[in-house]
Design a protein around this ligand. Structure first.
Ligand code: CA
Length: 228
């Protein structure tokens, strides 16, 4: 399994060192941001699978940052706060954090929460009301046939849209070319499997234009494709 990436937004060096050590011991890949501005930058360059967010930051507060991230992503967020009172917990969860931990915390507790959040987010792409499929920064509106990456719309042909939808619904699974032909073109289609490759090439290039170099659709040699 690929190493999951965790961004720790924390301005206190002692704490960020401790958290990093605990998470790295569990084989997570960790980066630390000591300010809100740094966090914004690393969210785009590091593409974390989970965010650990301190409430009190030098240039902004964790709540605004949390709200901002939530505007276009379902990235799991674990909020931590030194004040550790119930008000912080309630507000944190209200602005979209998935879980909350008061300082000082037991590092084992932190690791357990992180593991639970990652497991929950890997289990299924969130499906809201049957119309929206949210998968990390990817959002698909099935009725209007629109796709968004990090809030930016990706303009797709109907075939590309159907392919992306299949990938989002079968996150991290390998789909063979034949699977994709059946699901997207239908069982009666007698085309070449290379048709699939051609459309996936176009889809990839459109996704890359929005996301930079990051390639979500991986070819699995001799089998098919996997969406990460
Ligand atoms: Ca702080």
């Amino acid at each position: 399994m690929a190493q999951e990436k965790i961004l720790v937004v924390e301005d206190e060096l002692d704490i960020s060192r401790l958290v990093t050590a605990c998470l790295e011991r569990e084989s997570y890949q960790v980066q630390v941001a000591a300010s809100g501005q740094q966090a914004q930058h690393q969210l785009e360059s590091f593409l974390p699978d989970l965010l650990i967010l301190d409430l009190g930051l030098p240039d902004t507060d964790g709540l605004s940052l949390c709200r901002e991230v939530r505007r276009n992503s379902s990235l799991p967020i674990l909020m931590v706060s030194a004040r550790g009172d119930d008000i912080d917990r309630i507000i944190g969860l209200e602005v979209g954090a998935d879980d909350y931990l008061g300082k000082p915390f037991n590092p084992k507790e932190l690791v357990a929460r992180v593991r639970a959040l990652l497991r929950r987010s890997a289990l299924s792409p969130t499906q809201n009301g049957g119309d929206t499929i949210q998968n990390g920064t990817l959002r698909i509106q099935t009725q209007s046939h629109r796709a968004f990456l990090g809030g930016e719309e990706v303009h797709l042909t109907p075939i590309e849209f159907s392919l992306l939808r299949q990938f989002a619904q079968h996150h991290a699974q390998v789909l063979s070319r034949q699977d994709l032909l059946n699901r997207v073109w239908g069982p009666d289609f007698f085309g070449d499997e290379r048709t699939v490759d051609a459309h996936i090439r176009n889809l990839r290039s459109k996704l890359r234009q929005v996301e930079g170099r990051f390639d979500r659709i991986q070819a699995v040699w001799g089998v098919g494709y996997r969406f990460d």
